[in-house]
Design a protein around this ligand. Sequence first.
Ligand code: SAM
Ligand code: SF4
Length: 344
Amino acid sequence: MAAGVNPSDSSLAAIISSSEYDGELSRCADRVRRENYSDEVYLRGLIEVSSYCKNNCYYCGLRAGNANALRYRLSKDEILAVCEEGYGLGFRTFVLQGGEDPSFTDSFICDVVSSIKSSFPGCAVTLSLGEKDYSSYKSYRDAGADRYLLRHETADQKHYSMLHPESMSLSRRKECLFALKELGYQVGSGFMVGSPYQSVENIVSDIRFLQELSPDMIGIGPFVHHWSTPFRDFENGSAELTVRLVAVLRLLFPYSLIPATTSLATIAEENRKKALLSGANVIMPNLTPLKVRKKYELYDRKLSSSLESAQALDGIRRMLEEIGYRAVQSRGDVKRQTTNNNLI
Ligand code: SAM
Ligand code: SF4
């Protein structure tokens, strides 16, 4: 697959189906990322603000129906204290992620966002708090939120209904994503690789949907099962396929911010490097207070120490240097002005 070429559905399907490591694909993706982002890897401080969720996605350990889940939510003061620590460590983007926690009202979220923006000048705030009304998204934006991450999860209606209960819908998810774009957020979307019942055609549809949305950030990671969810017996997604898809996404979206995700590193730490060498240009070290970190359990064996932890920054920098990249903690906004080969 060449840079700047939009492959047909059948060519994409062939790339996705191949079981071999494609060194040329990774090298080509790395060339394109270097043309657009040089050797920079942006570090974002991840703060997992609540493990309460009103939803029941079948794959996620935070789902409301998981009676075994341990729940916590951070207060405004706790979130600001974490930001202060992160700011001291050099972070200039904070990602506030959590379940859809009804206790996190719009006014609370706006208060937290505006306090972060005024207390820590020059920082970007990214929210990842799920589906909200247009007016709520607008109020967060007015309070200063810069970016929003909301994976579409799967762009196929039937597949979506196999991963979620009837109360959730793909059309609502898409509506949220287009609303976020309209409001001027830098928007991130994405999907799980190897989620239960996923077909090669589903992944092709995911890529086509991303081309329609044209997001600034694209997060993909393998599905990893959680012992206390309806999907406990399903195999984990493939790390090899995830890395190959990172390369494909880099070629199709040269300007985009693509993280080497935690779920990928959860399967094996080496995968993080492979993703970086195949076009990924973001890492999100975890700043969540250690006393609650283990309670944010989306899937089994989530990394919460070693290189995943923001407190291990030196290790992250060294790892990046070893493979030819440079850790950058500036805001790291998307570089839309560069060549956009996102052909439709
Ligand atoms: N609640 C918000 C939402 O759903 O957008 C944000 C938090 S949610 C935990 C963030 C992402 O975690 C989801 O978009 C989903 O793709 C991912 N996730 C949840 N369970 C997972 C699993 N078992 N394996 C891999 N990723 C998972
Ligand atoms: Fe809640 Fe998000 Fe998990 Fe779904 S993926 S159960 S919305 S935290």
